[in-house]
Design a protein around this ligand. Structure first.
Ligand SMILES: [Zn+2]
Length: 257
């Protein structure tokens, strides 16, 4: 029986401090791999260090667009990532992108921060993890400019099915969280149905976005199977095939054996 791959989690979040036993239980259960994703330069260091404590935990190194309000010198801030990218547990860059929900006033600065990290992806050849909140058009425009040079995943995908097909055409992956299990998530279901199974990934984005029926609890990778079961059902694919394929997809994208 194949195990799940949680492609996007935040285990350096302070709510997971001292939760080594929970993480060990998760790996002993139905989750085979986890990528813990950074939100800024300091967190990138924490992510690679945490990942080195678990055989099948890997790290993504990068700066979240909402952090823009804390940054004065973008090139200097992005340069801080290089040391952590060299770590053997770093398998991706991100999360990076645009967030017009939280920091729309800084849209131009966000674009610079995003582009600088895309340049780093060109240099290193690493895949990227994209955060796009209420910025679908501008995010797509930047990614399109790097077509053929940078590949990656649209994390917690919230766009329309048509846009999802455009990313797939460019060779990208599209990832879904527990949000897809929510009552009002018909748009997410339609997007998942528009993505070929060999380009689909799943994730928790924990400690956020807990899937139904656990919504009152803090999210963790042990709840990923609820999202997997729901999505497999929406696609009309049997669970085993769904898990096998999405895990193989993640291993391919992030070059994990
Ligand atoms: Zn995240």
């Amino acid at each position: 029986m194949a195990k799940l791959f949680d492609t996007h989690a935040h285990y350096t979040d302070e709510s997971f401090l001292g939760k080594e036993e929970l993480i060990r239980d998760i790996f002993a259960g139905d989750v085979g791999h986890i990528i813990t994703v950074a939100v800024d330069a300091a967190d990138s260091e924490k992510c690679v260090n945490l990942a080195s404590q678990y055989e099948n935990m890997f790290a993504s190194v990068g700066i979240h667009p909402s952090e823009i309000t804390e940054i004065s010198d973008i090139p200097a801030e992005v340069a801080k990532l290089e040391r952590h990218i060299a770590h053997n547990k770093c398998v991706a860059l991100g999360e990076m992108g645009l967030d017009y929900h939280w920091a729309k006033a800084y849209a131009e600065e966000q674009k610079k921060l995003f582009e600088r990290q895309m340049e780093l992806a060109v240099e290193t050849g690493l895949p990227v993890i994209i955060h796009d909140r209420e910025a679908h058009g501008d995010t797509f425009d930047i990614i399109k400019r790097y077509e053929g040079k940078v590949s990656g995943v649209m994390h917690c995908y919230s766009g329309h099915a048509e846009l999802a097909r455009e990313y797939v055409k460019m060779g990208w992956y599209v990832s879904f969280t527990g949000v897809i299990t929510y009552k009002n998530a018909q748009k997410n279901v339609e997007s998942a149905q528009a993505v070929p199974l060999d380009r689909l990934l799943i994730e928790t984005d924990c400690p956020y976005l807990t899937p139904v029926p656990m919504r009152k609890k803090k999210n963790h990778s042990g709840f990923l199977h609820y999202t997997a079961e729901f999505t497999a059902g929406a696609l009309g694919v049997d669970y085993e095939t769904f898990v096998e394929t999405t895990t193989a997809n993640a291993k391919k994208l992030f070059s994990i054996k």
